[in-house]
Design a protein around this ligand. Structure first.
Ligand code: UDP
Ligand code: MG
Length: 335
């Protein structure tokens, strides 16, 4: 890499969204903390670095756990969202909370699936001058065939539909505060972070790691939720589906012209029979296409509706750390 080396040792915040993770947290939180201590020891990050857990309105004892972990350990902090807002909003809340306190953030799931040791290479890439470092899964051997198939199909579908995402990259990534400062101006409520961060630009690179199995508990992303996320990602990042409708409309109109010519010729040559079967098929086919197209356009209108409300994307109800300036829980990405 031909980027210039950085002079100062950066403060790192590891941002970890947690939803009903009481079985997983006691296992993974020491790992995050050890990672911070090791990186400080290696002289790569500053002593003020922290792990920031974001409790996404868990229904179990996750928040109590985070509070006790933070009371017992200087390297651990937590924020509590006022209710469950979903993975993407939870990550955003953590990133926006951290951006004014540190130089770099690394977001990672709390279930131990993403290899914590990839963080060393991520920080190295930052020290080499990169502002965004994507964690990319090199293998998915431990995922079931079904999960792997659906997950990889998900990335292909997204890219094909015009939402550019890094293949096999989820939300394990290093982002510098400089990028987050710019990202705070992306005010949309339909969040799809992995597709939005590349839009900010700046120098980026990827770090490869192997994905493990979930340490405990269950995935919150069953097939339906993953399909919903893919659909959300596509409609938030691209208008290709609407263009496809236009294309489809134009092709069907073209075909209809042939049909019209054929009908006119049949009429004048005296072959016009009452073909109700073909008529019914065409009517049903077109009716189906029209409804599906309306649905897709409706999805975009729904998105516009949600955006115009400009509701807060998250509300922070509690913090483990006392801060002088407490006016940042507006969910609008800080001021
Ligand atoms: N998560 C969250 N809010 C939710 C659902 C999930 O903060 O509403 C967190 C969860 O605790 C985990 C991460 O998002 O740290 C990813 O979730 P999960 O491991 O269930 O997804 P998968 O890895 O199976 O795609
Ligand atoms: Mg997981």
């Amino acid at each position: 890499m031909n980027c210039k080396m950085r002079k100062n040792i950066p403060i790192l915040y590891i941002v970890v969204p947690c939803y009903n993770e009481q079985e997983v947290l006691p296992i993974t939180s020491p790992l995050f903390q050890q990672k911070i201590v090791q990186l400080i020891g290696d002289g790569k990050i500053a002593e003020e670095s922290r792990v920031l857990f974001v409790n996404d309105g868990s229904k179990d004892t996750t928040w109590e756990l985070i509070q006790s972990l933070s009371a017992a350990n200087v390297y651990i902090e937590g924020i509590n969202l006022s209710r469950n807002r979903g993975h993407q909003n939870a990550v955003l809340a953590g990133l926006m909370e951290a951006k004014d306190l540190c130089d770099i953030t690394i977001s990672i799931d709390c279930d131990g699936q993403d290899d914590i040791n990839a963080m060393d290479a991520m920080v190295d890439a930052y020290l080499d001058g990169c502002e965004v470092v994507y964690g990319v899964r090199s293998k998915r051997d431990t995922d079931t065939f079904f999960k792997r198939f659906t997950a990889e199909g998900f990335y292909k579908l997204l890219n094909w539909m015009g939402a550019e995402v890094v293949f096999n990259h989820a939300d394990y990534r290093l982002v510098s505060s400089r990028v987050l400062e710019e990202f705070a101006n992306f005010k949309e409520v339909n969040l799809f972070l992995r597709g939005m961060i590349p839009l900010v630009g700046f120098k980026s690179t990827a770090v490869y790691y192997e994905r493990h199995e979930r340490i405990a508990g269950e995935s919150h992303y069953p097939l339906m939720k993953m399909l919903a996320l893919a659909f959300d990602g596509i409609t938030s990042l691209s208008v290709k589906p609407i263009r496809m409708i236009t294309g489809l409309g134009a092709s069907i109109a073209g075909l209809s012209m042939i049909g019209v010519i054929w009908a006119v010729i049949a009429h004048f040559t005296g072959h016009s029979v009452a073909g109700w079967a073909s008529m019914i098929s065409i009517v049903c086919f077109l009716g189906g296409i029209q409804l599906a197209s309306l649905g897709i356009i409706g999805e975009y209108i729904g998105k516009i509706y949600m955006e115009t409300k400009r509701r807060p994307r998250y509300i922070i109800s509690e913090r483990t750390a006392e801060r002088a300036d407490d006016g940042k829980g507006d969910g609008q990405g800080g001021k």
